[in-house]
Design a protein around this ligand. Structure first.
Ligand code: AMP
Length: 173
């Protein structure tokens, strides 16, 4: 099953800049069977965990986080690029595999003590997910796990996230 998902993900060399091998999940999402396999695989791993909310990272994290939140029956929180969320926010800066950026979340998105799963399509250096963890912790949330469709294991992102929670990756490269 995981092999079928792996086969459906397209490698795009030198995007968005030279030297980066971009893992393009659009080829897996457009396949109705594969899209379902991805969401169902996360559901099977997470169905017995206590999760109040899924915090999904813009933008590809939404594509997995939204159907998974629906299926698990929990809330969905959007971690967004700066300037997109309309109400009061908090912000964390981080370094990317290619460039630097920041994430914001609404100040009232998570209540103290709520159990939050953080999700994104891909774990590279872990900078993005670490910023997500910091945002959730600043709001008083407890991180159940960080979850990714793809982990680029050689970049040691899971190591960076270890102080926050366990990491779940469907596919490792
Ligand atoms: P990082 O903060 O280094 O773990 O980078 C993870 C974020 O950047 C995720 O939101 C990914 O969608 C994106 N990203 C980083 N590297 C790649 C890659 N090789 N292919 C696709 N997306 C990537």
């Amino acid at each position: 099953m995981y092999e079928e998902i792996k086969q459906a993900i397209r490698d795009v060399p030198d995007f968005p800049k030279p030297g980066i091998l971009f893992k393009d999940i659009t080829t897996a999402l457009k396949d109705k069977r594969c899209f379902r396999l991805i969401v169902d695989a996360f559901y099977d791993i997470l169905k017995n965990e206590q999760i109040d909310k899924i915090a999904a990272i813009e933008s590809r994290g939404y594509l997995i986080g939204a159907p998974l939140a629906y299926k698990l029956g929990c809330g969905l929180v959007l971690l967004r690029k700066p300037g997109k969320l309309p109400a009061a926010t908090i912000k964390e800066y981080y370094n990317l595999e290619y460039g630097s950026a920041a994430l914001e979340v609404h100040q009232d998105a998570v209540k103290p003590g709520e159990k939050v799963l953080i999700i994104d399509d891909l774990l590279a250096t872990g900078g993005t997910a670490e910023a997500a963890c910091k945002l959730v912790k600043r709001l008083g949330g407890t991180i159940t796990a960080t979850a990714f469709l793809i982990e680029l294991a050689e970049l040691n992102g899971a190591e960076k996230l270890r102080p926050y929670a366990k990491t779940i990756s469907l596919l490792k490269y």
